[in-house]
Design a protein around this ligand. Structure first.
Ligand SMILES: C[S@@+](CC[C@H](N)C(=O)[O-])C[C@H]1O[C@@H](n2cnc3c(N)ncnc32)[C@H](O)[C@@H]1O
Length: 217
């Protein structure tokens, strides 16, 4: 994938530079919004750099990384071993569009930089698949670039969107309004929206009372 083809690092797995830049600001949000203990499922873990870092920084949580790509699964394993973290499980092969997902519950779910680099059906599947895993008020955290009211929030995001659509017309920077509507249809409340560096947003959704019955209820 031209947009996400990170090279191997000298130690650990594949190395995505952006992941190293955004992990600190994301961690600050996670410290506040994640539960104090329990299982956090990461969807689309990519290289595995994030989960190795979050696992080390938030040791009271158990972490379950996942990705559909065998190359990424190898990289996640390598970073997990290199980090020495004993609270990060071996990665699961999970494509959000598969059914059923290979686990039945999670106390929180993270999805960083995926829904713009996948078809809209993946965003639909993400919310549909996440809701039944979470307890009432459980957190679904998303991070990435988003349009607001049909407008890009920065020229760099507009250029990125063009490149994404050029690579695959089904991809593209999503509009926050559309993502909120999808989330509401799956039973999540309106998100807390947090401006992040480099014109990205963090979206913190909570599973609401209207969500499908969960194994966690
Ligand atoms: C841009 S990378 C982001 C990786 C990582 N979260 C990060 O921020 O460094 C996008 C990731 O989404 C994954 N992905 C794409 N389509 C997916 C799907 N349908 N279900 C789950 N993951 C998917 C890819 O394999 C890739 O690892």
């Amino acid at each position: 994938m031209a947009f996400f083809d990170p090279p191997p690092a000298a130690r650990g797995g594949l190395h995505a530079a952006a992941t190293e830049r955004n992990r600190g600001p994301i961690l600050e949000i996670l410290r506040r919004v994640l539960p104090p203990s329990g299982l956090v499922l990461e969807i689309a873990s990519g290289t595995g750099q994030h989960v190795a870092f979050f696992g080390r920084e938030l040791p009271a949580l158990r972490w379950q990384p996942s990705d559909p790509s065998p190359r990424h699964l190898d990289s996640i394993r390598a970073w997990t071993v290199a980090s020495g973290a004993d609270n990060v499980a071996p990665p699961m092969q999970l494509d959000v569009e598969m059914a059923p997902w290979p686990l039945v519950r999670a106390d929180a779910i993270l999805n960083i930089n995926m829904i713009h680099i996948a078809p809209w059906s993946a965003a639909e599947a993400l919310f549909r698949g996440a809701a039944p895993l979470l307890p009432a008020a459980g957190v679904l955290f998303l991070y990435g670039p988003f349009k607001r009211d049909g407008q890009h929030t920065a020229e760099s995001n507009a250029r990125f969107d063009e490149r994404l659509r050029g690579e695959d017309p089904r991809w593209g920077v999503r509009d926050l309004v559309d993502v909120e509507a999808l989330a509401a249809a799956a039973g999540f409340g309106a998100p807390e929206v947090i401006a992040m560096p480099a014109n990205n947003l963090s979206l913190v959704f909570h599973r609401g009372v209207g969500a499908p019955q969960s194994a966690n209820d």
